[in-house]
Design a protein around this ligand. Structure first.
Ligand code: HEM
Length: 420
């Protein structure tokens, strides 16, 4: 899937400044369109960019994510480039211990341990629980929105559903689940692009402290009295481990980041999807009339409004991306959101069209770090969105949902709607 060497780099865009400006964050798609006019990959020279290369063409992003020379920014990498001060921050240590930011043996081990929880069979077994969770939240929406009172679809539906589902998956007791969302969101705020994320660091560290303590307690409880849940299975697998390489810190880091990765992402799939359908009554009617259209709809929501716009890598060895040489130690920004709008891959990419049959977007990544929860999040969307439309056929916006300004975990802060 390599693109022609001729369609490469150099051109007016050599900095991320426009993307990280207020306007760029509000609507990054004009920036992406400009990038595409310059080919699939660009060298960056802006003094404050913190990346050397940006890759945005669909094929180039797909190949870059599968290139073993391009690795996630592990703890050892961070130590090498900037010293160890980042280790003072618990939230950053947790991320570095998790499978998101490990490579090689620790990554393979963590993925193996967690992946059985995400098999198609396990996900299918979760369906009745998801239906129950959705039904409960619909009842609550009906209650709060009775008589046309505006209600926040994010706070009352799109946020609690994935949080409850990931709680169910991991084995977090129901009584504890409402405690998670604010902490998980505080932890997630440091994942975005740009220098501004530092202002969230303290809150993220405090959240990491509380979440780590919670999971340590849960591990201890399940070690003492195992139940039929993922945490008990993980504890048993770790205690059987003979190589002695894993410790509870690694397990806790993966539980915490899986909670984070599985929660606000799916929130925005549901929130962004509901918004697109409220704006498009014809599509809403088509989906309700033909449930078989749902998979195509979800795929198009994920392409058009991906909850995750980027990932990052560094070159552990000299390599090339779409014909452009990338020297060892280069820092690479991988724009999934731009790849999804590549006109060489998707016809008229800025049009929302669930009828297009042009293959999957890159919203779940690719290669060894491909999203573990892709099947689960799609199942949640497949249940939650039509249930919402069937229960409230008159669902409509009841106010300004405000701006979206994040590129990681991109979605609305609130979505005021009327359900009747
Ligand atoms: C619409 C919802 C979701 C989106 C858009 C999404 C997106 C992504 C992306 C882009 C990656 C790859 C990151 C990279 O290559 O650097 C990823 C990895 C991951 N996701 Fe998701 N995700 C979603 C839902 C979920 C859910 C529901 C879970 C679990 C409950 C989950 C767990 C994970 C984990 C554990 C990884 C790390 C895999 C690894 O590094 O090997 N995600 N996700």
């Amino acid at each position: 899937m390599t693109e022609p060497v001729t369609a490469v780099h150099s051109g007016p865009i050599s900095s991320l400044g426009a993307l990280l400006s207020r306007q760029g964050r509000r609507d990054p798609n004009p920036f992406y369109a400009e990038l595409h006019r310059q080919g699939p990959v660009c060298a960056l020279t802006g003094p404050t960019d913190r990346f050397d290369v940006v890759v945005h063409g669909y094929d180039a992003v797909h190949d870059a994510l599968r290139d073993p020379a391009l690795q996630v920014m592990t703890g050892e990498y961070r130590d090498q480039i900037g010293g160890k001060r980042w280790r003072d921050h618990l939230s950053l240590r947790v991320l570095a211990d998790s499978m998101f930011l490990t490579e090689g043996a620790p990554h393979t081990r963590a993925r193996r341990r967690f992946s059985h929880a995400f098999s198609a069979r396990r996900v299918a077994a979760l369906e009745p629980a998801v239906e129950r969770i959705v039904a409960r939240r619909l009842d609550r929406l009906a209650e709060l929105g009775a008589g046309g009172t505006p209600v926040d679809l994010l706070a009352e539906f799109a946020l609690p559903i994935p949080s409850d589902v990931v709680g169910e998956l991991l084995g977090v007791p129901e009584v504890d689940r409402d405690w998670f969302p604010p902490r998980v969101r505080a932890f997630g705020a440091i994942l975005d692009l740009g220098a501004g994320v530092w202002r969230h660091q303290k809150a993220a560290d405090e959240a990491a402290e509380e979440l780590t303590a919670y999971f340590a307690g849960l591990l201890a409880a399940r070690r003492a009295e195992p139940e039929d849940d993922l945490v008990s299975a993980l504890v048993a697998a770790r205690d059987d481990e003979t190589d002695g390489e894993t410790d509870d810190a690694e397990l806790i880091a993966n539980l915490l980041t899986t909670y984070n990765g599985g929660f606000v992402t799916t929130t925005h799939l549901v929130g962004n999807g509901a918004r697109l359908l409220m704006d498009d009554p014809d599509e809403k009617a088509r989906v309700l009339a033909d449930p078989a259209r749902l998979d195509d709809l979800l795929q198009e929501v994920l392409r058009y409004e991906p909850p995750v716009h980027f990932s990052t890598r560094w070159a552990a060895a000299d390599t090339e991306i779409a014909g452009m040489p990338v020297a060892k130690d280069s820092r690479v920004l991988v724009l999934l959101g731009a790849a999804n709008r590549d006109p060489r891959r998707f016809t008229d990419p800025d049009t929302f069209d669930p009828g297009r049959a042009e293959g999957p977007p890159l919203s779940f990544g690719a290669g060894v770090h491909y999203c573990l929860g892709a099947v689960l999040s799609k199942m949640e969307g497949r249940i939650a969105l039509p249930a919402l439309l069937r229960r409230f056929p008159a669902l409509a916006l009841a106010g300004d949902p405000g701006e979206r300004t994040t590129l990681m975990l991109r979605g609305y802060e609130s979505l005021p709607v009327r359900v009747s």
